[in-house]
Design a protein around this ligand. Sequence first.
Ligand SMILES: Cc1cc2nc3c(=O)[nH]c(=O)nc-3n(C[C@H](O)[C@H](O)[C@H](O)COP(=O)(O)OP(=O)(O)OC[C@H]3O[C@@H](n4cnc5c(N)ncnc54)[C@H](O)[C@@H]3O)c2cc1C
Length: 596
Amino acid sequence: MIDDVLPGGGFLVANVPIGKIFSREHFSDTQKEFADVTTKFMQNEVIPKAEALEDKPLEGDLPVMVSLLREVGELGLLSVDLPEEHDGLGQDKSTASIIAEHLFGCPSFATTVGAHAGIGTLPISFFGTEEQKARWLPKLGTAELVSCYALTEPGAGSDALSGRTTAIAKEDGKHFLISGEKQFITNGAWADIAIVFAQVEGKYTAFIVELDSKGVSRGLEEKKMGIKGSSTTSLVFDEVEVPVENMLGKPGMAPQIALNILNLGRLKLGFGALGNCKYAIDLSLEYASTRKQFGQPIAYFDLQKGRLADMIANTFALDALAYRLSGDIDAALANLEKDDSYAKRTIDTFRAYALECAIVKVVGAETLQKLLNDGIRLHGGYGFLNEYKLEMLARDNVIDSIYEGTNDINRLTIFDGLARNILGGGFPFRQFMETIDADLRNGRICRLSAEGPLAAPIADCMAAKRVVAYTVNQALIQCGKGIKTEQQVMELVADMLIAVSKMDSTVARAQEIIGGKDAQRNSAAMAIADYVCRRGAQTITTNALDVLDSVVPQGQRKINQANLATLIGCLDRTVDIVRVRRIIADAAIEAGAYQF
Ligand SMILES: Cc1cc2nc3c(=O)[nH]c(=O)nc-3n(C[C@H](O)[C@H](O)[C@H](O)COP(=O)(O)OP(=O)(O)OC[C@H]3O[C@@H](n4cnc5c(N)ncnc54)[C@H](O)[C@@H]3O)c2cc1C
């Protein structure tokens, strides 16, 4: 195992990054201030209006949502990661992520912000010419102009680059005529500009299109299950005249622009989910501590403690995973020289972390989904009522598994990224496998020993990495090129990798906490590490067996199953999960809030 964690799944062959991850324990004063400002804005201005926003109210002619967007723009929260020379605050990705986390409590608003300041603005920030940046970024940073991102079409959803919208060069040499239909566009009703993707002689290309141009029409608001306060419409372009200087990047650069911007969108989606997880835990803890049945607060019932512990431990893992990634991306960006190719190399950095961004997206969406389900059950009948807030969050959360690439597509991205880096030597997988194979041959495989209070979870992580590596190696060897059609195997492997990354990040973050003065908090952090490792080990064990049974031919099964059993044996340790969950829940009940 190596110490350096390379992007694209390199954590699989690296030591647990003890002392090497960014986490909220390392927030600067400026970052804490951004967290406070965002939280206060949400609590004072947005959450009280969250229910009313579902009806898309107007303030005069202006949608209230747009006026909130401008207010948040005045606070600098929309321009935090835009360059200073274009009136941005020039902060790093972790600071932008902190803001995304603290936009909790109203996913309709967070979606509006994300479509505008993220996928609607960053393509210009990264791929725009100096003239384009100077013209658009200052006004987007304040939301004087609202943006949207128009990629999806009726026939091009997950297959996002297959769009049929066209941009035909006009004879005057100064304009393109754009025609086509975009579907499901967030901010569609009120955006002033759109990043539109269109085919230029078969090359998919991005344009900045002003939506008050002749030939643009907006469809009716879609009637949705959730994020009802956000706008979702189609946009129809009928020979819309767009100046050539509004082309973003070069012809054919749409894949680069569209997919790399989605990586950032996925990261921010994970952070948005994290903020809502904590918000929902606090609501649930408050409710469980005040609601009495059978003469005591329901929080004291063992079954509810287990439920609260699940919510807390999985949120801790998401937190550790997400900030570790934003910190790794910032560290990689900090090494880049700010010369002419800075923007390109920045984008290359996001591409390198595509696998990790997909993990954060999937874990964010699904952690919040399970947590809200548990939170509603904990609330009993009241959880079903709009007034208790979880109902809206649960409806709103459904979209998290659909947009920014469905979770299915993200799982395929995780597997694809891993396979590519294994086969292309992106990280030293071969060397890692050689050690595992040699140890198996020599009968030297045993549970690795580690030191310190987290020795057991650290050993779990190391054992888990060997099981995952062995399994994915078998899948690649046995299936060869045919792996492309083995999507169920790919999904099983992706879930194993997700489990390992949760374990690894959780243990590293727990280590940051356990030296603190609060003994109960320390014990809870250690219990969380045990919990996440136990659950991770269970997923990894089950999935490894399923993969091997599927990919290994009958004749070779015995030896492979024996090898896997040996590796799994090192992952197996006794954890009293019932006791662990009580420790986690008791600490939270005592603290009265999520405390990590
Ligand atoms: C509220 C809302 C807001 C949105 N905002 C925007 C926006 O601002 N801009 C924008 O451009 N788009 C936006 N979208 C579109 C969104 O990104 C797409 O809906 C999403 O990418 C899925 O595409 P689709 O709906 O066509 O589903 P499909 O691609 O038809 O997928 C249907 C099912 O098939 C599965 N599937 C598809 N391909 C594969 C495959 N290769 N292997 C296995 N399974 C597969 C999917 O996982 C899914 O389960 C939004 C959508 C919604 C609902």
